[in-house]
Design a protein around this ligand. Sequence first.
Ligand code: NAD
Ligand code: GLY
Length: 370
Amino acid sequence: MTTTTVPVALAGRPYEVRIGSGLLASLAEQCGARLRKQVVPVVTDANVHARWGAMVEASLGAAGHTAAWLVLEPGEAAKSWSGLARVTDWLLNLGVERGDHVVALGGGVIGDLTGFAAAILKRGCKFIQLPTTLLAQVDSSVGGKTAINTPAGKNLVGAFHQPALVLADLDTLGTLPARELRAGYAEVVKYGLIGDPAFFAWCEANGAALLAGDTAAQAHAVAVSVAAKAAIVAEDEFETTGRRALLNLGHTFGHALEAETGFSERLLHGEAVALGMVLAARYSARAGLMAAAEAERVVAHFKATGLPHALPALGLNVRGAALVDHMLHDKKMDAGRLPFVLMRGIGGAFLDKAVDLADVATFLDGELAR
Ligand code: NAD
Ligand code: GLY
């Protein structure tokens, strides 16, 4: 399989996202002169270390490097003040300098946490993302959003800090649990719904194969997704024009569902985003922005690929108003209003800053009772 390179064209600090097979096996070669010391700091979690640690170690070793490992417990809890302190103290003890590259090997949890540690270490050192989940390959490793969670909510403390390089090794998807692969796939579909109807149609035709492990389908989906994200990030790095906010399609509804289910294994982030996109499509149809048949096409695709697509199946004992209350803690709240990403058809996402939250609550009551 050939490697696809997607440039992220940011003035002053452009970087590449390389997508392909065997990238971890050739890690030292891929990183080249970025690895300027013998010891290379690698942050990961125990699941990823068990499956991919030996390969990373061998690749670095063959080029005369030694990996220094920080292996964290898997799970969202690592994205905490204590997790951040652990990573930064460890990097300081290793003597990492501002010109050194810290390596993040794992899913979005490891990428977000390590990226934030790199953002603040000595006021900013460099880092390399080695995303090992589909979600991380198509979304979190690209674009420089880094964060931890606090008792007040998810991702509320963080920084924009771009990686120096992203290596999305598709081989790693082979060891990913099926549920995690499927959850990440929701973020792939998101790019079709935001601005690429032909890609949504491709997903309808090829999503099942991708989830069954078809590497050509995975390669295509990751490359298209990363190219879409790179274009948006290059245009609106700091989410100031509203363009980057489109990447939050499904996230406002989804966030309320994650909050209601306690950010637990009950509903993974990507699963919540799938349901959130169903709700955004149906709300758009109800507002006359999109044909009802098109909204149902979105529902049908998530149903066909085994993703959550109906609120009643979650078994929530909640009213729409309580879900809207969760939304009020969203970090996108702006002077008392919450911008929603809605759709004028598949591929026609736009930011609506005038959505009436009481109307959203009524809509959600209807969806909960469907
Ligand atoms: P994750 O990092 O928790 O990984 C999911 C699970 O898969 C974990 O148990 C992990 O150990 C395991 N795993 C990872 N790679 C594996 C592999 N190749 N083989 C076997 N097991 C593997 O979760 P995620 O879904 O990758 O990321 C979710 C996080 O990403 C959340 O914290 C979310 O806030 C964040 N996020 C950030 C952005 C951003 O722009 N920065 C965007 C979306 C999501
Ligand atoms: N994951 C949304 C963003 O990067 O903006």
